[in-house]
Design a protein around this ligand. Sequence first.
Ligand code: SF4
Length: 603
Amino acid sequence: MAFFEIKNLLVRHKSFDGVKTVLDIDKLTVEKGETYGLVGESGQGKTVLALTILKLLQCPPGIIEQGEILLEGVNLLKKTERSMQAEIRGKRIAMIFQDPMSCLNPVFTIKDCMVDALRQNHKGMSRKEAVSQAVKLLQEVKLADPESTLVKYPHQLSGGQRQRVIIALALCCGADFLIADEPTRNLDVTIQASILKLLRELQKKHGMTVLFIANNLSLVGAFCDRVGILRDGRIVEEGTADQVVSHPREEYTRLLREACETKLKPTDDSQEEILLRVEHLKKYFDINDEVRHIRHQSLKAVDDVSFDIHSGEVLGIVGESGCGKSTLVNTILELFEPTAGKVYFEGKDIFGESNGSQGNAFKKNVQIVFQDPYWSLNPRWLVKDIVAEPLDVYEKLGEAERLIRVEELLAMVGLPGDACYKYPHEFSGGERQRIAIARSLASNPKLVVLDEPTSSIDVFSQNQILDLIKELKKKFGLTNILISHDLAVVHELSNRIAVMYLGKIVEFGPAREIFEHPRHPYTQALFDAIPRVGDTGMEGIRTLEGQIPSPINPPSGCPFHTRCPMAQDRCKEEVPQETYYSERHYVRCLLAEEQQEKGGDVL
Ligand code: SF4
């Protein structure tokens, strides 16, 4: 008897359009102690399956027509709601969701959440015992300073810390089967790697069986023993991680694999002419927080950043969340007032003339596409009005001409003309991002900033959006700044790369050089944390320990010394300067300086 088994499961969904089959699984088995990866793009039924297992699927509109879900031979579908709650959820099967923020009650501290969960599941446990058990669990998930974490609210923790709290909550009731639904989807590569390693350690220690749900085949290949590919609610291919990832049989699996593979670098279309020059830009935020007793301090979000961008070039800016990537571009775009420094666009000082006609020309020529198209598009506006907004500001066209231009812009991004009369919620994530791109092109800009353009959409839509960006760039000769924590996306589009850490650029240079030979220890750590297609097992993935230090009180010397595996004593005191490998490639690291002084190849 398998530890966990699904037999002939048929789940349908009722809507105004009729009844649709969402899951049709003949057989799926997971053996005790095994990690089974379930892969598919969005909308294939992965999350519906997780909810059905826990009997959390809302019925109606869901209809579980037939089938068995067996945990050690006991059919969960036959259990009553009361016995699922008392015996199964949390006690036998725990679940980690994609977005930890939505699982933690924002008005309770972590202590309240954990103590409540522990006392509900361990009858007779005193509050004091529950608090000390909560501290132990937070230690087990490797949260530094568990006592102070306990008194924090969810919003005061980083994404990675919140996910560790969720894992601690999953452990607190002693479940032996864990369903992890895309637990690292919105996390940086370094944090993703450390969360996966933590899950693997805890799985071994507690003898847990894991059902790991994801849309990224390379991630699943590295983490799981066996893999099933879910398409339209059916398992279309199944086998060991190595078989499925390295030798896929189905065309759909091959497409999933291709979506994860790094493609050839784009050709360098950049010209000599400098479009944008940033000189010693700083953005400090004043902090005056009475509750946390922080007074008259500065948060150095961007700290003395300089670079230039040539016409036709794509500059990728990478780094973990909180490194200052978005603040940097928002300051360049004058969405934040700069603390110091200059920005020149086509040779003109932007900050010196922001209120005049030159300032308007800059705004027309520089547009931005935000990370989440659901939030950046007004849900109460029709698509035609969203796309035409920049036209209304800069061109003031008549109604008929305006509509023609909107239809042209939509056609450019591959959307039909009838999209004009729909609202954003009627589109998929990828289509919404196309609408955002169409809007960004409406004013015929020269520079388009892409702020994490693919991070909130699934792998297939990601690829389509990347292809579209490349096509539009070629067609209109656009220059781009691309912000992303996804190095594969940056690799695919960028000509040059800036790696940021704690508000500073630590490595800057041609993308090909950096991807082939990352020089700074931080850049190397970012690369080491990515699972590559075909890797099986977690051995090849290295993690970067520790959190990014606070930019309110950054470490002395080299800001990376608190996490750097190569740090020496002098790194705590001396601030590294730029060491050049070539005219356009530098790093800020004392080891590089030292080796260059000795005349050797650096790092
Ligand atoms: Fe690491 Fe020291 Fe180089 Fe900083 S200066 S990156 S701490 S080796």
